[in-house]
Design a protein around this ligand. Structure first.
Ligand SMILES: *Cc1c(COP(=O)(O)O)cnc(C)c1O
Length: 379
């Protein structure tokens, strides 16, 4: 069994993907072009925002957002302490300071209460200017945007949605990657919508920002090719990746998202009665795109025992994430304004189990049975 079976997805979509690959090879056009332009339109339409600008990866997407919002030295940017490294890395790379904020135990996403505490701590110190929040849609589930946007408005903070894992998630009828002033996503192969290499995108309703992002991804280009108006990046999405993504987006919309939701519901109904395991909690009105299906155990020992027992049965599982950002060596010298006990506890207790749109019912049952056995060896 694979943790996220990308080969099975390829085999299901083989005919169309092969056609897209060959057509791109035969076109002789490998940078930008129609595939990129039409993919951007399709993505913007699906997400429900005015502009989508694709780029080389999800990390660059965040960098493009920060550069567009002129965030740099002396600025404080609030990030969850429990996420992939890139969320805070890009802040430091722009010369700004990431402020690590605690998360909610049951949704894994940035906590509104802890955010208020962190903003207050930075304001009281009076050294950095609070400028922006980056909320992450961890494991496929949108953060608490209603509460977070209210805090952002009250403190005049810009709001970036890191939807690298969140593509396809919803709050009510509104889709992920439409919640921030600027939102970003990643098309890394294992993300909810993945390509066959690196890729990313930026989303916004703001016309002027969209123009700046388009310029920044092409070396800060002006209207003509050798007119450079700002310092930018070389961060285009390859034409061949755009062609693959057009096929995958169609499958994602047609059935993959509902298939993975069915898989998650199946896990939840099979695992719900096991004492000692907390299941992922999707609040009322929210929809997850299930980048991960993540269990919480009661202790590190229990988590590690379950992981070992699954490994013995040849079932892969992953610890996302074994370390908080504030514990990372790279941030050893970055000031910690508040404590993040929940993020720390989660690094010791979480375990993600295999899930993807092509996982079979029998595979889910096998994983669930092995988990049950790990808790009740006698059964
Ligand atoms: C994957 C990921 C990124 C970075 O995306 P890449 O395409 O790998 O650069 C950023 N933030 C989060 C939360 C991610 O999971």
């Amino acid at each position: 069994m694979q943790f996220r079976d990308l080969q099975r997805q390829y085999l299901a979509l083989k005919e169309e993907i092969d056609h897209a690959l060959c057509a791109t090879a035969a076109s002789g056009r490998y940078i930008m072009g129609n595939a990129v332009a039409s993919l951007e339109e399709e993505l913007a339409r699906y997400v429900g925002v005015r502009h989508c600008i694709t780029c080389a990866n999800g990390t660059d997407a965040l960098t493009l957002a920060l550069k567009t919002l002129n965030i740099g030295a002396g600025d404080a940017v609030f990030v969850p302490d429990f996420t992939f490294f890139a969320t805070a890395e890009v802040v430091a790379l722009e010369g700004a300071t990431p402020i690590f904020v605690d998360v909610c135990e049951d949704t894994f996403n940035i906590s509104a209460t802890s955010l208020e505490e962190a903003i207050k701590a930075v304001e009281q110190e009076g050294v950095l200017s609070p400028r922006a929040i980056i909320a992450v849609d961890l494991f496929g589930q949108p953060a608490d945007y209603p509460a977070l946007s209210e805090i952002a408005r009250r403190h005049k903070l810009l709001f970036i949605e890191d939807g690298a894992q969140g593509f396809g998630g919803t709050i009510g009828k509104q889709r992920a990657c439409s919640f921030g002033d600027i939102a970003t996503t990643s098309f890394f192969p294992a993300k909810p919508l993945g390509c066959y290499g690196d890729g990313g995108a930026v989303f916004t309703n703001n016309n002027q920002w969209a123009e700046t992002i388009r310029s920044l991804r092409l070396h800060g280009r002006g209207v003509e090719k050798y007119d450079n108006q700002r310092i930018g990046l070389n961060s285009r999405l390859d034409t061949i990746q755009a062609a693959i993504l057009q096929v995958k987006l169609k499958a994602f919309i047609q059935h993959e998202l509902t298939d993975i939701q069915t898989a998650a519901e199946r896990y939840s109904s099979l695992l719900k009665d096991i004492d000692g395991i907390a299941l992922p909690n999707v609040p009322e009105g929210y929809g997850s795109s299930w980048a991960q299906y993540t269990l919480r155990l009661e202790s590190e020992t229990q988590r590690d025992t379950l992981k070992e027992n699954l490994a013995k049965a040849e079932i892969p599982s992953m610890i996302y994430y074994p370390r908080t950002l504030s514990e990372q060596t790279a941030f050893a010298k970055t000031k910690k304004y508040i404590t993040t006990p929940t993020a720390h506890r989660l690094t010791k207790t979480v375990l993600s189990i295999p899930i993807h749109p092509y996982i079979k019912k029998e595979e889910i049952e096998e994983v669930a049975e092995k988990i049950q056995r790990s808790f009740h060896p006698a059964v």
